[in-house]
Design a binder for this molecule. Structure first.
Ligand SMILES: *Cc1c(COP(=O)(O)O)cnc(C)c1O
Length: 427
């Protein structure tokens, strides 16, 4: 029996109008008291629910969800997903070490993407026996063959093709056009498979594609996969059997408040994939990142100062662009919710951090209910590309992270200390 999904797309809610914002059953006020701020809070239940949406939408297919580690690489989250059978999409040797640390048994469910793999990274991945290398250039294929020969281990690979499909999203996270650095021109792929098939250390195994991130329509995914499937049939005629198709990640979420139904979005997506790959009965790999974790997470921050400059009001928080860079980098929108609502008229404010950059903002001219110094606010939908893109800019320690599982909340990463930051340096 398919399980009914909770219709709410976010686990953060006020149980009563006057009660503090909760993550599931746990009060964010209590978490801030126990663990300090800024604090990333994630709902394990929501992450698993999202994974289950894919599993259900793709029932009947041989499908493996390979979570894109770069969206949120917390070891505890990797372990949680691995325990439910997920694989992983990695883009560096460092991410491979994360998977091995969190879930060594999942090594053979790892696909390795990325435009610039080093020999050392390839060697390590060959040694631990990953599922497949997603190769992004002819020279990478040569390097892979050379390393495989040296290690005497056959390398299973997919070519990441560039399907030349336009997907409506922010230009920094669009990857499926010929002008982007990603993938191999799909028109050149067949001849590369043919020459690779003659190399005893290379095993043509799959075709992969990834057209970008935060894509909210299913159409470009379908269009890209139709082109991929054409290549599969073309290769079959030449005697090259493609066993897996990796459809990449990129499924978007709604960052604005609204009533969109994530389960319906996954079903639409799966339907588009199914239509494009109707004739394909090999393994289907998917690499969702953002869709699994973004809405499961919030960044909880304390208001330090409310200040008036001319006509503008600035709400200055203890979190900054180094903790969550998406607004500065992609002009991204995050909903901002006071943890303990106050009554009073909403007014337009800029919510900013203490970093010395005018780009250090979370929201501009945002209507917010009244907030005062000492209040907590939550930046929603911060589970993906939040902590993962954080830095120590301005010598700021990175936030702690908490994972909420049912009624239980546990620290999954302690707050950094200044000593952590200074440790690698010599005077
Ligand atoms: C970033 C990335 C993903 C994940 O993208 P999301 O938008 O987070 O789903 C998947 N595959 C590859 C190759 C990527 O680079």
């Amino acid at each position: 029996m398919p399980k009914a999904f909770q219709s709410s797309s976010r686990p953060f809610h006020h149980p009563q109008p006057q009660s503090p914002l909760h993550c599931g059953a746990v009060s964010l006020e209590e978490l801030a008291r126990n663990f300090g701020t800024p604090l990333y809070v994630y709902s394990a239940d929501q992450i698993l629910e999202r994974l289950e949406m894919f599993t259900q939408a793709l029932a009947g297919r041989d499908a493996l969800v390979c979570y894109a580690v770069k969206a949120n690489s917390a070891l505890a989250i990797l372990k949680l997903l691995a325990a439910r059978g997920a694989g992983f999409d990695i883009v560096s040797g460092g991410e491979l070490e994360r998977v091995l640390a969190a879930a060594p048994e999942a090594a053979d469910r790892v696909v390795f993407s990325g435009v610039g793999k080093t020999a050392a990274e390839i060697d390590r991945a060959l040694d631990v026996g990953i599922l497949e290398f997603n190769v992004e250039s002819e020279s990478e294929l040569e390097l892979l063959a050379a390393r495989a020969a040296k290690r005497k281990r056959k390398a299973r690979f997919a070519l990441r093709v560039n399907p030349d499909v336009f997907a409506e999203t922010h230009p920094y996270i669009s990857t499926g056009l010929r002008e982007h650095k990603f993938g191999i021109d799909i028109r050149r792929a067949a001849s590369l498979y043919e020459s690779a098939a003659r190399n005893r250390w290379l095993e043509p195994h799959g075709i992969s594609v990834h057209i970008g991130s935060q894509i909210r329509s299913a159409d470009p995914f379908g269009a890209a996969l139709e082109r991929v499937y054409k290549l599969v049939t073309q290769l079959a005629r030449k005697g090259i059997l493609i066993r897996s198709i990796d459809a990449g990640g990129g499924l978007g979420i709604d960052y604005h408040a609204g009533k969109s139904d994530p389960a319906a979005r996954v079903r639409d997506y799966a339907a588009a994939v199914d239509r494009a790959l109707a004739g394909f009965d090999g393994q289907l790999l998917l690499e969702p990142g953002r869709f699994l974790v973004a809405q499961a997470g919030a960044l909880v921050t304390r208001v330090l100062i409310v200040k008036q400059n001319g006509r503008k009001t600035f709400v200055i928080t203890d979190a900054a662009m180094n903790d969550l860079i998406r607004p500065a980098l992609y002009q991204a929108h995050h909903e901002i919710v006071p943890v303990q609502p106050r009554t009073g008229r909403a007014r337009a404010v800029d919510v900013v951090g203490p970093v010395c950059e005018s780009g250090d903002f979370f929201a501009r001219d945002r209507k917010l209910p009244p907030v005062q110094p000492g209040d907590l606010v939550a930046l929603l939908d911060a589970g993906a590309y939040g902590m993962a893109q954080s830095s120590n800019y301005n010598t700021r320690v990175r936030p702690a992270e908490v994972l909420v599982e049912g009624r239980n909340a546990r620290l999954i990463r302690r707050r950094e200390t200044i000593a952590d930051l200074l440790a690698p340096e010599m005077v």
